[in-house]
Design a protein around this ligand. Structure first.
Ligand code: FES
Length: 238
């Protein structure tokens, strides 16, 4: 990997410290950057406190410029804006020496080039303010709230494609985030991992195991269109 123009680069995302996926990631990172690069990993599975602490330490020590490479597979433009605005506030007068770039943890060998491509790095000053109207300031109409686990074990059991299927099927049924419809949110671990992928429905607070697209279809048609529970898929009633 070529020498970095940054005093410090942090690799930030969930599931980078523990588990099979993290093992593979770390092995590849060591091969590319040496074992000292492990100190640059910041795992956000449990929250962002470690990241803020590391950024504050870099700013306090003058370990700048600092580049944060976002490796969250669920990243989005609002997420990046939020990250940058948090860095702007932590960095204060040094915020113009903090940068964010979007990376891909499954293409680690491209990260060396990304670090050199300054035109792909986003600064942390004058960060766009999140809109304070429309969807960002009101609760969408809905009848049910659905929480689909995208934690590490449910993800390994196939939860990510199920999220896409759930969105598509709710939309096709006219039930996505509308009056009488369903508000859906991805979550981290909900705990009954071995019975997952876990999906919770409020009301009534039922815990479902949704293991396939056929289960998604059944849940949408029976629970959300017909308004009756699906006993065969329920782990526990509310
Ligand atoms: S990872 Fe989904 S319930 Fe634990």
């Amino acid at each position: 990997m070529p020498a970095s123009p940054y005093a410090r680069t942090l690799l930030v995302g969930p599931d980078l410290q523990r588990g099979s996926y993290a093992d593979l990631f770390q092995r590849q990172l060591i091969a590319l950057r040496g074992p000292e690069a492990l100190a640059d990993i910041v795992d956000t599975s449990e929250g962002f406190a470690d990241l803020w602490q590391q950024v504050r330490a870099c700013v306090a020590a003058g370990e700048l410029p600092l580049l944060l490479i976002d490796l969250d597979p669920n990243s989005s433009s609002p997420y990046l804006d939020w990250l940058r605005s948090e860095l702007q506030s932590i960095g204060g007068e040094q915020a113009n020496r903090l940068f964010v770039a979007r990376g891909n943890s499954e293409a680690l060998d491209a990260i060396g080039a990304l670090i050199e491509q300054r035109d792909k790095h986003l600064g942390c000053v004058d960060v766009p303010v999140l809109p304070d109207a429309h969807a960002w300031s009101c609760i969408p109409e809905h009848q049910y709230r659905v929480l689909l686990c995208n934690g590490p074990r449910c993800t390994r059991r196939g939860a990510l494609p199920l999220w896409k299927a759930l969105r598509e099927q709710l939309k096709a049924a006219g039930k996505l985030e509308c009056a009488g419809g369903v508000h859906i949110t991805r979550t981290q671990c909900q705990f009954p991992c071995d019975q997952g992928p876990t999906l919770s429905v409020y009301p009534p607070g039922a815990w479902y195991q949704i293991a396939s697209e056929a289960d998604v279809q059944r849940l949408v048609q029976e629970q959300f269109v017909a308004g009756r529970e699906v006993p065969e898929l329920i782990m526990r009633r509310g």
